[in-house]
Each structure stands twice: as structure tokens, then as C-alpha cells.
Design a protein around this ligand. Sequence first.
Ligand code: NI
Length: 271
Amino acid sequence: MSALAFFDHLWQDYLRLCPQAAGIHTLFRHDNAVITNDHVALRTFRHHPISRQALEPLLLDLGYLRFEPYRFPDKHVEAWSYIHRQPEVPRVFFSELDINALSLANARRLRRLLDHLPESITHEHSVFWAGRLWPMPSWEDYRALQAESSYAAWLSAVGLHANHFTMAVHSLERPHTMEEVVARVQAAGFTFNDDGGLIKGSPSQLLEQASTLANRQHFTFAEGDEHEIPTCYYEFARRHPDARGLLYEGFVNESARHLFTSTDAREDETQ
Ligand code: NI
């Protein structure tokens, strides 16, 4: 599979969980012939056979190179970024939840689900949009996971998909600044994640980011009850050139920590 075909599949799958992304793109089409994707975020569990390590060869096969590791110890999440040999192909930010770092009860809840994983999935690029390859958790289990790790709850119910796509603000014809981009999207009625500030990072950190709050959809939980939960969100990134004049390629840890909360439940659900 070519990298472009890979992203096409990933995007079509993501739009079903994040219909707002299509609406946001239309806001920029009239003054931008092309909207460039800065990066795609993938999430998985550190559990055979879907661990980041097990799935990484599929990315390398598309022409990706490992770039930088990131750690989020308070979220029990580790990540790697990947860059492609062809600069027009988006970066990948691939994170992984360390199940063993969770409480025993929650680790056991996840293992009970993941025991159902088929062995044969790691040879197909389509695993990245395969969705939930394990049974749906019960609402009770989802809530128990959510109380400790939003990431665990989200991934257990939603499954393997692109978690977000990202507009490369630095590649837009116009507007140029994050403030203008955010204002345009807000004026159209989309809601942003303001955890850690509306715009995370700064020009001096060489990366500014902002994101919407995830779309929400009804899911049927294991006991047949339906609940509306957060699915996927859309992100904006503006990269700045470094001292050598090269566009910054990395991610800013503290900003990423806040961006993870874009798929958190609303406060009224966590009580
Ligand atoms: Ni991102």
C-alpha cells in the first residue's frame, strides 16, 4: 500500500467518527486550494499483537522513519513520532497505553477484553482503521476505566482509528496565524478544548497547537445499553522555523498532554 492510499483509507474511516472535520475543511477551501495534513495520531494498547512495537513495521513499510520518543508518565502513555522520506506525507504520532501501569482492577478489565484479539492482524495496514478488535466493554467497566484513564476508556470502546487529523496552519495560503484560524472555526460554531489554554505551545517553542473537542456518538455497550461518548477530534498545528531556518519537526510534550484531554468525557459524566 502507498502512503497516500493509507491516509486516504484512514481519513475516510476517521470522517465517520469525526464528521466535524469535513465541516472544518470547508471553512478553509475558498482561500486554500490544498489543505495539508500535519500529522495523524494513532493510539493503541501495549498488548500483543497490537502493541506499538508490533505495528511499527507496517509504518516503516510505508516509508516512515522513527523520529522521537515522548513520555507521559502521569497518563501511563508513551509515544513515538514518525516522519516520512517524502516531506509531503504527514507525520505520524503513535502513542501506546501501558496497561500494566494501571490499577490491577483496570488492567484486568482491559486484559479480559484483549484476550479476544486475533493473532493474524499485524500484517495488514488496515489494522489502523480496524476499530474495536475486542468485545465492547460494559458501561460499568468503561466508567471505571475512565475514572483512571480517559485514554483507556476511549480506546476500549472506540478501538483502532485515527484519533485526529491535523491542519498544517503553516502551509495555509491564509489565514496565517493560529489566532485567526481558531477564530474562524469558533465563529462557525465548533468548540475548542481549552485545557492548558486555547492555543498550546508558542512560536518560541516552534509549535503552536489547538484542537476541537471530540465529536460524540451513541455506542451500544456490552449489556445492550446505549450511551453517548466522545469519538475523534480535529487539530491545528503551526510549525515555526528553527535557528537553521528549518521547520520544527517535533512535538511539545506539555502541549500533547493537554491535547489528550480532547477526548475526555464531559464533567457531568464523570460524577
Ligand atoms: Ni496531534
